[in-house]
Write a protein that binds this ligand. Sequence first.
Ligand SMILES: [Zn+2]
Length: 201
Amino acid sequence: MFHPELIERAARARHSPDAGRNPANCPALVLNADYTPLSYYPLSLWPWQTAIKAVFLERVDIVASYEREVHSPSLDMKIPSVIALRQYVRPSEFPAFTRFNLFLRDRFVCQYCGDPHNLTFDHVVPRRLGGKTTWENVATACAPCNLRKGGRTPKQAHMQLQVPPIRPTNWQLQERGKAFPPNYLHDTWRDWLYWDVELEA
Ligand SMILES: [Zn+2]
């Protein structure tokens, strides 16, 4: 015999692609208290356990949820898909210096020849000449350009950077990021990530 509630749940699962989703694939998008994403790059996502814990500690409000439920003896709860901090956190002006963010600044193309394949990183002033690993001294380069340049400066190698490397602000990186959206976006996230896209649609 099936419990009526189980049958009802199974029916809901069929109608909602979300309901059968593995909780491991149900991260929560974290918004600041002003309902803007806490961070874009990387996108502020918490695993479902962290999100639910924060709900119970009353640190966040639930803005939207997955259809997927988690069960414990005392409670059934839909996994939150969007949560907002109750206390405002001052965002940093500059994004983290990561490989992904550097590629994003450079639009995923070689800064010498524009090739989007076989990308690596080039120290503009080589390390052996005292060049540092910083936003201002590292540029995206394809492997052939990187090899050709070798341990020389662009001038010595007669190679020209298309754009001088800069330390981008979060806002600049966000602008770049619109052309490279993440692979996975839950429907409930879109309103909080790309409001201007919605307006243009
Ligand atoms: Zn190249």
